[in-house]
Design a protein around this ligand. Structure first.
Ligand code: PRX
Length: 628
């Protein structure tokens, strides 16, 4: 990896960008971060101004724009309705079957959100209630999220690929009374049975009173007349009709919780709020992707992840942009489906994951060259480090050597980009870029001392930022311990990285027991407990191994119970068991059936030994290994 390969921006890009003189803004924001964020916040609407931009009196439980009243929907929809944007397309949706197209102007989006909000209210959802949303990439997921926000309810979106057990745990954690789902979703031409999974999940959820079901695939489902309601039928009822006010909430009121994997134990429910989150996502998308009125923005992420929340739903709408959403993946039915959509819909800004780029790159340039991609203006990546080779291919073949690539490093916890670039900055393939304006990052050693440039260490963030998580739902102690206890005053990201002499950051990977597979975040503990719930498995340990396309692949070491023998069939069974009990994303790629797991005397699994074994490398110092 060369730190010296630099792509300078074209002069017209610099001239036209929101941020032309990035050095000046970086300096200005560094000198006065609160002032910088205050200026950005003034670009949005607040029904009552703030007393303080940042209240750090309870740090690290930081609060932003305290005393202010607002609602993210006021800024994402309502304020556009009194301008020419009222008739601008807010959302263009294309199904996996690309002949299915639905479009919504801001006016129409508002009507849909009001309708969903009226229905939620009629079902007894009130401010502060948490609604669980288990929907695929269809317009109704926009309506559902925005409708919750509009009435002050909190949404908890669960990726519509998670198993019934994972969904059940998330519904129970949120104590949801209402779940919004669909009859099914389309995945590579087949129906994935969402409603059936919800039925299983809510069987043992005492809080769930109602399930709203969107008709999507037309597949047959079982409806419990006392609990389940077709969404299209509800829409026809008088309760759905009429205007619905956007409730003004405290800037610090919760907007959503989103579960994500951690090092140990149960997934963590990250809490984000209305005020700071809207300022952070609005600003970062505007500056880093240089959003302009005429843009058509396509973020391929699923709304079930933070990228979908911040940069598919909220960030673009806050900027009054036209959002493009596609139900399908990158290779179905052909590996040029995405390029065809870019050409057909005139996409200007395309934001995706390195795994998707590596996957498409393997099909060769011809699939891309078949299409006129001249509408593209800017490209972006997220979720995992992008290798320079994939970066160069994306730049040369997809971007035709013209489009800047904005790599964006951030996390579910950070809510918004933290390390990235703006289009006027020089780009370095493989580097995520520089801390966003108002942020400072550092690389520290075990003791928290900053290390010299070029040295690998722990990546930490120095300043609070408006879209930061506020806490972990129902678990403030875990918030403190996970992120703020190792180095007091510094936010621990869990990543390792290095900084070069130009101040660019190069992300290496996770330092904890989290594995990023195709950009998806998995906890080794979750995979292990899924495996152990299979009758054949006595003990299991999961690690990530380098994978050419997926970034990391899941490798597991498994100790079998008596009476079970290793076999290809058992591997296949264990794979589907993990898919069913956790998620298809978590399926192990490779297995090592072993008599005993390498553990320390205190019982901790020595993952480094498993890694060395799997890669055929020297196992290193085994003095702490428990050999009994
Ligand atoms: O390891 C980093 C990696 O993804 C982690 C956060 O995962 P998640 O909460 O699922 O959010 C993903 C989307 C924001 C980080 O700790 N990561 C994310 N973006 C990048 C990245 N690694 C390298 N480069 C990136 N651009």
């Amino acid at each position: 990896m060369s730190d010296n390969e630099v792509f300078e921006p074209a002069q017209e890009i610099v001239d036209e960008a929101w941020v032309s003189d990035w050095q000046a803004l970086e300096e200005q924001a560094k000198a006065d971060p609160a002032g910088y964020w205050q200026d950005r916040a003034h670009e949005l609407e607040w029904s009552q101004p703030w007393d303080a931009v940042l209240d750090d009196s309870k740090a690290p439980f930081f609060q932003w724009f305290t005393g202010a009243r607002t609602n993210i929907v006021t800024n994402a929809i309502d304020r556009h309705l009194s301008t020419a944007r009222r008739n601008k397309l807010a959302l263009i949706w294309v199904g996996e079957d690309t002949s299915k197209v639905r479009t919504f102007s801001y006016f129409a989006l508002n009507r849909e959100v009001e309708r969903m909000a009226n229905i939620l209210k009629a079902m007894g959802v009130v401010k502060g209630d948490i609604v669980t949303i288990y929907l695929p990439r269809i317009p109704e997921i926009f309506f559902a999220m925005l409708a919750c926000a509009k009435i002050g309810a909190v949404h908890s979106v669960v990726f519509a690929g998670y198993s019934s057990e994972a969904l059940n745990a998330r519904i129970d954690g949120a104590e949801s009374k209402l779940v919004i789902t669909a009859d099914g979703s389309w995945v590579n031409g087949k129906v994935f049975p969402l409603k059936q999974i919800v039925d299983e999940a809510v069987k043992f959820s005492p809080t769930v009173e109602n399930v709203v079901v969107v008709r999507n695939t037309g597949s047959e489902v079982t409806m419990d007349p006392t609990r389940d309601h077709w969404y299209d039928a509800l829409c026809k009822l008088p309760i759905a009709k009429g205007h619905c006010d956007t409730v003004q909430v405290d800037a610090e009121d919760p907007l959503f919780i989103l579960y994500t994997s951690g090092s140990t134990g149960n997934p963590k429910a990250i809490v984000h709020t209305h005020g700071g989150y809207q300022v952070g996502t609005y600003t970062t998308l505007k500056y880093c992707f240089d959003i302009k009125e005429s843009d058509r923005w396509w973020c391929t992420a699923d709304p079930g992840w933070i990228t979908g929340h911040s940069y598919l739903v909220y960030g673009p709408l806050l900027n009054g942009a036209t959002v493009f959403m596609h139900e399908g993946g990158p290779t179905f039915p052909y590996p040029d489906g995405w390029w065809e959509l870019i050409e057909h819909y005139g996409i200007t800004s395309f934001y995706t994951a390195p795994t998707a780029i590596r996957t498409l790159m393997r099909f060769g340039d011809a699939w891309v060259r078949k299409h006129d991609l001249s509408s593209l203006r800017i490209l972006g990546t997220v979720g995992e480090p992008i290798n320079p080779e994939a970066w160069r291919w994306f730049h040369r073949v997809v971007g035709n050597d013209r489009c800047p690539i904005t790599d964006t490093w951030w996390q579910t916890e950070t809510g918004m980009f933290q390390i990235t670039t703006v289009p006027s900055m020089p780009l370095k393939p493989g580097s995520a870029g520089r801390p966003v304006f108002g942020q400072e990052a550092a690389i520290v050693d075990e003791e928290g001392n900053e290390v010299p440039d070029g040295t690998e260490g722990y990546l930490v963030l120095k300043n609070p930022w408006p879209a930061m998580m506020r806490t972990l739902f129902h678990d403030p102690d875990r918030y403190l311990n996970t992120y703020w206890s190792k180095y007091p005053g510094l936010y621990l990201t869990g990543d390792s990285a290095r900084r070069d002499e130009d101040g660019y950051f190069w992300i290496i990977g996770r330092t904890d027991d989290v594995i990023k597979v195709s950009g998806h975040r998995l906890g080794t503990a979750e995979i292990e407990s899924a495996l152990i719930s299979h009758p054949a498995v006595a003990e299991a340990a999961a690690i990530g191994l380098p994978h050419e396309v997926k970034g990391n692949a899941v490798h597991v070491a498994v100790v079998l119970n008596r009476g079970f023998e290793p076999s290809k069939q058992l591997e296949a069974d264990l794979r589907s068991h993990v898919a069913e009990t956790l998620s298809p994303i978590a399926k192990p790629d490779t297995f090592d059936f072993t008599e005993k797991l390498p553990k320390t005397r205190s019982g901790k699994i020595m993952r480094r030994v498993l890694r060395a074994r799997a890669l055929g490398q020297d196992e290193g110092d085994l003095s702490t290994l428990d050999n009994d």
